[in-house]
Design a protein around this ligand. Sequence first.
Ligand code: FES
Ligand code: FES
Length: 158
Amino acid sequence: MKLKVNQEEREVDVPEDVPLLWVLREELGLNGTKYGCGRALCGACTVHVDGAARRSCVTAVGDVVGREITTIEGLGGEARLHALQQAWVDHNVPQCGYCQPGQLLMAAALLHSNPRPTDADIDAVMAGSICRCGTYPRIRRAIHAVAGSGSEGDGGAP
Ligand code: FES
Ligand code: FES
């Protein structure tokens, strides 16, 4: 089947019910998208499908044929960082880094639907992406930096 991934057409020969996450990582070599729980609970595998955040671990590849799939590799890269990636660098967001591709894709989808989110808006959306390192306060600051919106305070957490 033919997939549109990061604005390129890619062809894969897999059963339609294989999870998109497996296809991205094992067939297409796009291993920026991470496996966490495999059950739509952690957000590590988040990608965009037609601009909306989607858990690739529970998305059958057959369901996204002909749709625009964007992974962390397509959001931006070293040559040209997405504004959120630059803010992640500026605010030193990642700790171990494992959850961060999913966090960035979630944040991009949030700003697409809500360009000036409040703290509560950010927390409500980003709570679905689990960070074992507890980087939520820095994620919130970085999102505000891109949105140009002010934080109401993060309780002084690092
Ligand atoms: S690996 Fe998909 S939500 Fe956890
Ligand atoms: S930075 Fe380590 S899990 Fe989020």
